[in-house]
Design a protein around this ligand. Structure first.
Ligand SMILES: [Zn+2]
Ligand SMILES: [Zn+2]
Length: 125
């Protein structure tokens, strides 16, 4: 399947071609701050399958290993990479043209999940 997405203003665009793509809800405090949302749903996309098709995003090194990519004009977070697993690009589900194509099936950093968030992911207790 070929998937596409991009930022709110449309300058940053991306595409990836892939089969089975894991999707996770991340409740870490860095995702919360950089998105302004309670948590962020991420697609785990092979780096080889992913490419930017519009303007290049801006970059923010958000931790020793992590770099976040976002539109320099409208601010939409689109992707994140981590030196510990360079073969992967994490892509924000919310920036997809068709986010309904995926369903998060696990959560990460549940220890910092906000109390009001009711998770539907499979690994919930
Ligand atoms: Zn934009
Ligand atoms: Zn996170």
């Amino acid at each position: 399947m070929n998937y596409q997405g991009g930022c709110f203003c449309g300058k940053v665009r991306y595409a990836f071609e892939a089969g089975d793509i894991p999707c996770a809800d991340c409740h870490c405090t860095m995702c919360r701050r950089t998105s302004g949302a309670p948590y962020v749903s991420w697609l785990v996309v092979p780096d080889k399958a992913f490419s930017y098709t519009g303007d290049a995003p801006k970059q923010l090194q958000s931790s020793d290993d992590g770099t976040r990519f976002f539109c320099g004009d409208c601010g939409t977070p689109v992707a994140c990479t981590n030196k510990s697993h360079p073969e992967i690009v994490d892509v924000t589900l919310g920036s997809m043209d068709r986010p309904e194509s995926f369903t998060p099936t696990f959560t990460v950093f549940e220890d910092t999940k906000l109390p009001f968030v009711v998770t539907h992911a499979l690994n919930k207790d």
